[in-house]
Design a protein around this ligand. Structure first.
Ligand code: IPM
Ligand code: MG
Length: 359
């Protein structure tokens, strides 16, 4: 068996704690994956002065997959944008051209009461948000803050998309929908934004050209936020831009009970050999308030590992094993504080042990 190499980027805050548990699962699987740890975010700034050191980027380029926990924290919050931990993550996404971010929101039966929504609204929920990840207002130029008078400044960011950027992420959404509920809802604000109108038209054109077997609908982003809370089961796949995807995926995550449950996969375009750059990360942030306390939920990180096995190693069987172990752990009533609804809770490490024991 040829060894596969995963780069692990623990990052900041609760990152090292949740990554440690994912590493336990990798070791327990015993399927020939070797790993190496690299710096990103605040941890990298502290050691080398930059949030995305060159050797980290090189390692990610050469890896079969990269797992990242989370970056950021109050310690670095006052630095310039390009010297903040987040710049490491955004730089990695951009440098590897990871334009398609898959954020599944699945409600586990055992956790139905952890959701703030009524059980009948969220039971059986299984939606996939496909977020555009390398364009839009996150990267658009011009950007900045300029002085335009005494005590008067102007803050600028630019929302910009090209047809090819829209088509490639929409294609991923259609492909994903084909393998599940065959419905895509494209989300923008074409009622007020030209970039949104172009988005809608380009998605519609691609659909007519190549994806007639998938049902396409359109929705304004504000309505989508409302519909996610009102009747989330109406959605199968949602495709949307970088900023709306950031916001809507946090909302979708919360339907499942906790941000601590949601994995994500970020994918680039496949090369001639079918290999694609990839990054797997939980949707949650670095949670500085509970960092170092062995309290964080490692399940989103562990489920991100499952996505890595599925999409980067084509090893659905091992991914299934991990997901089944997570289901079983939850069915057995084992909870970290975020999903314990005030009841008995175990530590980060104990949760990782529980999953590993059930593999
Ligand atoms: C996410 C995060 C990031 C984003 C931050 C940490 C830069 O919120 O992955 O959703 O805004 O994309
Ligand atoms: Mg976010």
């Amino acid at each position: 068996m040829t060894k596969k190499h995963f780069v692990l980027l623990p990052g900041d805050g609760i990152g090292p704690e949740v990554m440690r548990e994912a590493k336990k699962v990798i070791d327990a699987l015993d399927i020939g994956i070797e790993t190496s740890d690299h710096l990103i975010g605040g941890a990298a700034i502290d050691q080398s002065g930059t949030p995305l050191p060159q050797d980290t980027l090189d390692a990610c380029r050469n890896a079969d997959a990269t797992l990242l926990a989370c970056v950021g924290g109050p310690k670095w919050a006052d630095a310039a944008y390009d010297k903040r931990p987040e710049a490491g993550l955004l730089g990695l996404r951009k440098q590897l051209d990871l334009f398609a971010n898959l954020r599944p929101a699945i409600v586990f039966d055992a956790l139905i009461d952890a959701s703030t929504l009524k059980p009948e609204i969220v039971r059986g929920l299984d939606i996939l948000i496909v977020r555009e990840l390398t364009g839009g207002v996150y990267f658009g130029q011009p950007r900045g803050i300029e002085q335009i008078g005494k005590n008067e400044r102007r803050g600028i960011n630019t929302q910009v998309y090209t047809t090819s950027e829209v088509r490639r992420v929409a294609a991923v959404a259609f492909e994903m929908a084909r393998a599940r509920g065959k419905r895509v809802c494209s989300v923008e604000k074409s009622n007020v934004m030209e970039s949104g109108l172009m988005w809608r038209e380009d998605v519609t054109a691609l659909h007519a050209e190549a994806y007639g077997d998938v049902e396409l609908s359109h929705m304004y982003a504000d309505n989508c936020a409302m519909q996610l809370l009102r009747k989330p089961s109406q959605f199968d796949v949602i495709v949307t831009d970088n900023l709306f995807g950031d916001i809507l995926s946090d909302a979708a995550a919360m339907l499942t009970g906790s941000l601590g449950m949601l994995p994500s996969a970020s994918l680039g375009a496949p090369d001639a050999q079918g290999r694609r750059a990839s990054l797997y990360e939980p949707v949650h942030g670095s949670a500085p308030d509970i960092a170092g306390q062995n309290k964080a939920n490692p399940l989103a990180m562990i489920l991100s590992l499952a996505m890595a096995l599925r999409y980067s190693l084509n090893d659905g069987a091992s991914a299934d094993r991990i997901e089944a172990a997570v289901h079983q752990t939850l069915a057995d009533g084992i909870r970290t504080p975020d999903i314990a609804a005030g009841g008995a809770a175990v530590s980060t490490a104990a949760m990782g042990d529980a999953v590993t024991a059930r593999l």
